[in-house]
Design a protein around this ligand. Structure first.
Ligand code: NAI
Length: 396
């Protein structure tokens, strides 16, 4: 079928298998171009199909020849209806990994559930024995709690007071004011239940109990801080509470892994266009200004550049892992540089529908957004018939 982007709000309903494959191949080429990393050998990536998780899987596999198991929640295709981008990304990843002689298997299902955890443990036990790195990179709006059965929904709201600021509809380029009402008390509890650290701790506990963690095993989850401009809706909002919880959980997991010399870290990453971040009001405007400045300064990075730097310059240097005063790895260091942030704060005041094309990188934002779904890649013939029924070879 001919597959074109079909937009609804901040999501795209279609994905292009060839474009997703190109995206994965580009990321693999980038990792190969940067040379080998003396990194992990057996890796579990939870949330492995898009964004930072996919980049982590690619970096481990093609940077350090690691065997990888990827867990994700994606839609397979039906005749005449393309699958989700993460499905096609994972199909392409496995194809390339197998071509390179690397072990790669995937599990598609709800990572919050006991069933998927058990399936993953069984697969590790049978195929890999023990793993030395667990990447936790889930971004989800909902979680069914495996013990209580309660369905928690996360919200992206300020706490205490209404937040009013500018935002951009990145499809139309229209800059407008948006007001977001403060959350209810339950919203905090629910958002922490979905995006906090409880599930990460459950995974690590199950893996340890089953003796599937190698001595000195490491686990890393991803967080975000960002500037004061977005603080009320992000870091000091409901999602920020969840990130506080995630960050605190790293210490609890490290404690629980003492007997095997294991360690848990949170890495604070840069703001990037992913399916998760495009859903947060105000963030698209911030990102379009951030892209403009970082590209001008020659310090722009996408997910793959961020994770390559995380592995190469932070996690696997042979030296102790550098962290900030709160124990977090900072790979958002270039985003948070004071000169970059000062420029953004100035541009923010000037941002209007008319000025944004000049002062921001809305085109870069749109391009990245379409790329997420496999569109607008060089070298892909979008007028050609594409086979939507692509399968993943080692799906469990
Ligand atoms: P994403 O939306 O690209 O990826 C989410 C992944 O989670 C996908 O692989 C998806 O299949 C998987 N997933 C979602 N629900 C699942 C479930 N129930 N069971 C199994 N898999 C499930 O998101 P992104 O942006 O890569 O986010 C990953 C982490 O990075 C999040 O913790 C996010 O807060 C963090 N982060 C994101 C930043 C950004 O700007 N995008 C910046 C800094 C941190």
């Amino acid at each position: 079928m001919i597959i074109e982007p079909r937009m609804r709000g901040f999501i795209c309903l279609t994905a292009h298998p060839k474009g997703c494959e190109q995206n994965v191949k580009n990321q693999i080429e980038y990792i190969k171009s940067k040379g080998p990393i003396d990194g992990p050998k057996k890796v579990l990536v939870i949330g492995a199909s898009t964004g930072f998780g996919l980049a982590s899987r690619i970096t481990a596999a093609f940077g350090s020849d690691a065997a990888t198991i990827g867990v994700f929640f994606e839609k397979p295709p039906l005749e005449g209806r393309p699958g989700s981008p993460g499905w096609y990304n994972s199909a392409a990843f496995e194809k390339e990994a197998h071509k390179a002689g690397l072990y790669a298997k995937s599990i598609n299902g709800d990572a919050f559930s006991n069933e998927i955890k058990q399936q993953t443990l069984d697969l590790i036990k049978t195929d890999l024995g023990q793993i030395d790195l667990v990447i936790y990179s889930l971004a989800s709006p909902v979680r069914e709690h495996p013990i209580t059965g309660v369905l928690h929904r996360s919200v992206l709201k300020p706490i205490g007071t209404t937040y009013t600021n500018k935002t951009v509809d990145f499809h139309t380029g229209i800059v407008s004011d948006i007001s977001i009402e403060p959350c209810l008390e339950n919203d905090i509890v629910n958002t922490v239940a979905v995006m906090g650290g409880e599930d990460w701790a459950m995974w690590m506990n199950d893996l340890k109990e089953a003796n599937l963690l190698a001595p000195g095993a490491m686990t890393v989850a991803y967080s975000y801080i960002g500037p004061s401009l977005t603080e009320a809706v992000y870091r000091k909002g409901t999602i920020g509470r969840a990130k506080d919880h995630l960050e605190a959980t790293a210490f609890a997991i490290t404690d629980s892994l003492k007997s095997i010399g294991g360690k848990a870290f949170v890495s604070v990453n840069k703001a990037l266009v992913t399916q998760a971040s495009s859903a947060i009001p105000v963030i698209p405007l911030y990102i379009s200004l951030l892209y403009k400045i970082m590209k001008e300064e020659g310090i722009h990075e996408g997910c793959i550049e961020q994770i390559q730097r995380l592995f190469h310059d932070r996690l696997y240097t042979g030296n102790p892992i550098p962290t900030d005063e709160k124990g977090r790895i900072r790979i958002d260091d270039w985003e948070m540089r004071s000169d970059v942030q000062e420029k953004i704060a100035n541009l923010w005041k000037k941002a209007t529908t008319e000025s944004l094309h000049e002062i921001g990188d809305l085109e870069g934002y749109k391009q990245d957004f379409l790329n997420l779904f496999g569109f607008e890649f060089e070298g892909v013939d979008y007028d050609a018939d594409a086979d939507e029924m692509i399968g993943i070879s080692s799906i469990v």
